[in-house]
Design a protein around this ligand. Structure first.
Ligand code: FEO
Length: 399
């Protein structure tokens, strides 16, 4: 892992990556815990007709970004600044770069309005059309709209002569690594990186999974077949690994579950629900079913980002919850809400609820999930401290 800093890498003769390594953001989008950090990757193409900058970084790193960028290119020489996506982790320094030179900012038509609204941008903006091409020096840039990956204005750029795709959030990941390319990681780090990538997909892109498939098909139909993929988060992909990352996106985009994968979210106030959840995991273990348990108790608070990352491709989810104020435990309702936003619908969900004076939590959680389109839902409730009978029913449903 790297300290919070910038990395500058020459990707090819005329193409550079300026990578901001952010280990300070604790909650990505103000929501998702990322102890592994995140990078914001900006790219620069130098040509004999001027330079092109693709995306910037979060504005908390603005001074260091300007310094790093200035070491690669004279900012007065930047002819175009391409905005693939307006989320501020990439658009945060657009105004500043525009003021330090005279670039024409290019992007989806929505970008112009959003730049004005987000930052009071008054520089030069020119909208690009879907699949429009722009010649700069010896390079041809093709801009392709990729709507809802994951905002409506998102687009990618293909540099034909370099067979390189600048994909912004698509194929991105959490995590800060010293490597530039995924293939440079040793085996165990590759597995870790794929987990960070899936977590990023589930939390940021997963809600729009249908659009993943549509947009990948669109790129294929335009005969875009890159040798290098440069996302705006995480590591770059090249050569035979490009088809690997495309394959991962196809798999996750399909919403297909991993066979036999069971994830338990365990929300326990005083230990009764935890005992039931752990007994359930033990009983399932005896039958060869492995469960991943994420605890939320009076001493432990798991990361929601990890939980949602694992739930995304699970076959069965167990939401084990206490009852609270004649309702589900508040965090359980929040998790049900996150599942209803982020997870594919084709899962079995067991609501295992403990109660003191009367059952209620099960129905409350079920209504959130049923409303979101989940249909395989089962409630098993038990009086706190007496979960033996419930356990048998729960095991039968999950296994
Ligand atoms: Fe990395 Fe959607 O911004």
């Amino acid at each position: 892992m790297l300290e919070d800093a910038f990395t500058k890498v020459r990707i090819s003769r005329d193409l550079y990556m300026i990578r901001a390594n952010d280990l300070r953001t604790a909650f990505f989008e103000g929501l998702w815990e990322i102890p592994e950090g995140i990078t914001y990757n900006s790219y620069v193409l130098t040509t004999d007709e001027g330079s092109v900058v693709f995306d910037t970084v979060k504005n908390t790193m603005i001074d260091a970004y300007v310094e790093a960028l200035s070491e690669v290119v004279d900012l007065r020489d930047v002819k175009y600044l391409i905005v693939h996506h307006m989320e501020p982790d990439h658009s945060g320094c657009v105004k500043k770069i525009s003021e330090l030179g005279e670039p024409i900012v290019l992007g989806h038509p929505l970008v112009g309005k959003m730049l004005k609204s987000f930052y009071g941008f008054t520089g030069k903006f020119s909208p690009v059309k879907d699949s429009e091409e722009l010649k700069v020096g010896e390079y041809t840039l093709k801009f392709v709209y990729t709507p809802w990956l994951h905002w409506p204005e998102t687009m990618v750029t293909h540099i034909a002569e370099a067979r390189t795709l600048l994909s912004c959030d698509v194929f991105g990941s959490y995590g800060v690594f010293s490597a530039t390319y995924y293939d440079e990681l040793p085996g165990f780090e590759k597995a870790k990186y794929k987990w960070f990538m899936k977590k990023y997909f589930a939390t940021v892109i997963g809600f729009y999974r249908d659009w993943v498939v549509k947009n990948l098909d669109k790129l294929s139909s335009l005969a875009i077949d890159p040798l290098v993929v440069l996302p705006a988060h995480g590591l770059a992909w090249r050569d035979r690994y490009v088809s690997e990352v495309v394959g991962l996106y196809k798999e996750w985009g399909s919403g297909k579950a991993e066979k036999g994968k069971v994830v338990v979210a365990c929300l326990s106030m005083y230990g009764f629900v935890k005992k039931a959840a752990m007994d359930l995991a033990t009983e399932l273990g005896k039958k060869g079913v492995k469960t991943l348990v994420y605890e939320f108790t009076d001493t432990v608070r798991s990361n929601m980002s990890d939980l949602i990352g694992e739930i995304y491709d699970s076959e069965v989810v167990v939401l084990a919850t206490s009852t609270y104020d004649a309702d589900a435990f508040p965090l359980a309702k929040y998790i049900a809400h996150l599942i209803s936003r982020k997870a594919p619908r084709e899962k079995k969900i067991l609501i295992l609820a403990g109660y003191g004076w009367g059952p209620r939590a099960g129905l409350e959680i079920k209504s959130v999930l049923a409303q979101a389109g989940f249909s395989e839902l089962k409630i098993v409730e038990f009086p706190a401290g007496e979960h033996c009978e419930a356990l048998g029913e729960a095991v039968k449903y999950v296994e």
